[in-house]
Ligand binder design. Structure first.
Ligand SMILES: [Zn+2]
Length: 118
């Protein structure tokens, strides 16, 4: 099934690709840099975020929370023992463009497949 991605999901994939730059806080919460200003840091979990968008639309998942949920899903899908750091499988890393200096857009099919993991 191919799902057309909205721009928020597209941005969430870009943020998830840079997850090695996040800082793990307590439990499943992370310090996630803003896309527009990396000096700005948001405290983000899969359900909550301190960004302005999340304040404006508390009923919707922001791009940071979506990225967080996706990365956690990629980690959780791995067999035990899971990596202690945020490291996806090689295949997932290649698909999402993990830690590339410049985000390379991924195909709609791959993007849909990844978002389908949520
Ligand atoms: Zn957010």
């Amino acid at each position: 099934m191919t799902v057309l991605l909205d721009s928020r999901s597209r941005k969430a994939l870009e943020i998830a690709a840079g997850a090695s730059r996040w800082t793990r806080l307590v439990g499943r919460a992370f310090a996630v840099p803003s896309q527009s200003d990396p000096r700005q840091i948001y405290v983000t979990s899969a359900d909550t975020c301190t960004c302005p968008d999340s304040e404006r639309h508390p009923d919707q998942r922001c791009k940071h929370s979506t990225a967080c949920a996706l990365v956690l899903a990629l980690i959780d899908s791995q067999p035990e023992p899971r990596p202690s750091k945020l490291v996806p499988t090689r295949e997932d890393a290649d698909t999402i463009g993990w830690d590339r200096p410049v985000y390379a857009p991924i195909s709609d099919t791959d993007a849909s497949r990844l978002m389908g993991r949520l």
